[in-house]
Design a protein around this ligand. Sequence first.
Ligand code: SAH
Length: 395
Amino acid sequence: MIDVILKKGKEKAVHQRHPWVFSGAIERVKGKPANGDIVRLVNAGGDFLAYGFYNDQSRVALRLLEWDENTEVDEGWFRIKVAEAVAGRNDILSTGDTNTCRLIFSESDYLPGLIVDRYAEHLAVQVLTSGIEKMMPVIIDELRRLLNPKSIFDKSDASSRQHEGMDTENVVLFGDNPPASVEVKENGLLYNINIAEGQKSGFYCDQRDNRRKVAAHAKDKKVLDCFSYTGGFTLNALYNGAASVTSVDSSALAIETLKENIQLNKLDAGKHRAIQSDVNKQLRAFKDAGETFDIIVLDPPKYAPSRSALDRASRAYKDLNRIGMLLLNKGGLLATFSCSGAMDLDTFKQVLAWAALDAGKQVQFISQFCQPEDHPIRSSFPEGEYLKGLFCRVF
Ligand code: SAH
C-alpha cells in the first residue's frame, strides 16, 4: 500500500477523525497510486494516521476511512459499513407506514461518496467518489444480499462527480430499468416516484418528519405549499384535514405527479389548487390580489451552494420570507427551510429576523426543523448537516 505523507501541523483534523484531507495538506506521495486506490496516510515521521481513498483530481485528495492501523480496509470492511447503515434504518421502515428512506448517507455513514435511497423494492444509488466507484461490485453484492431489491439504478449527480474528475452515466447497476412509476409510502401516504426522471434521486425523503409536523397544524386551515415538488407537504396537510391547499412549483413534471398523488391517496381534489409558476412571481401575484393564508411552507432549492455564495443567498432567503410573511393571516404559521449547508441555524434565524423587520411583522420561533435520522450527522463531520428550518408564528 502506498504511503501519503501529511504536512507538519495538519494532523489535528485527522486526529479528530474528520474524513477529509485537502490536497494542500499533503507533503508528498511515495509512489503513484491510481485514483480511487486505498492509501496509508502517515505523518512527517512516518507514523500511521489513517487509511483513505486517494484522488489527485479532487480538492479533497484523501477521504479517510479507518483510523485503526490493524483493521484492514478490505471487502469485508465495506460489507460491514453497508450492513450497519442499512440496519440503522430498520426502525423507520419497520413501522409499516414508510417504505422509502435514505439507507446510506455518504461520509455520515462512513462511506465517503456513497448515497443509497430506498424506494419500496428499488434502490437509487449515487456514486460520487472514485474510491466508492471501485468498490461498487462489493457494495452492490452486499445490498442485494441484505435487501434483495428488484433494481439498483445509478442516479449520480453529474456536478459532484465532475469535482472528482469522473464522467456520469445514469445506468442500471442491477436488475431491469426501474419502472417509470414506483409507488412508495411515507407517513402512510402514497407517492408515485419516477426514479430515472425525477429530481435528485426521485424524492426528498429528508422532509418526512417535517411534513408530519407541519400537517399536525393544518386542520381547517388554508395552506400554501411553495416549492411543492410532488406534494410532500401538500398531501400531509390535505390528509390532516386542511380546508384547502395551494401548491406552487415551476416544474411541470412535479405538478403533474403531484396531481396523480392526490388521486392515488383519494384525497379531495376539490380542496386543492396546483399552480405551475415561479414562486417569487406567484407570491407577488397573491399579494397584488390580496389573497392570504393560514399556513405557508417555503422549501426552496439550495440557494447557497458554497460559503462564498452565502451573502447573496441570505438576501434571497430574506426576500422570499419577507413576502411569505406578508401573505399570512395574523397569527399564521410559516414553515421555512434552508437546505444550504453553508447557512447555519443561527444565520437563518438572523435572516428571518431581518425579513420580519422589513415586513413590519413580529415573529415567534415556535420550533426548529432538522434533517431526519436517516440523514445522520457524524460528530466528526459537521458538513453533513444541511437541512434546517424554522416554524414561525407571525403577527
Ligand atoms: N417541498 C418539496 C421539495 C422541494 S424541492 C417536497 O416536500 O418534496 C425544490 C422544488 O422547488 C423543486 O420541485 C423545484 O422544481 C422547485 N423550484 C425551484 N426553483 C423554483 C422557483 N423559482 N419557483 C418555483 N419552484 C421552484
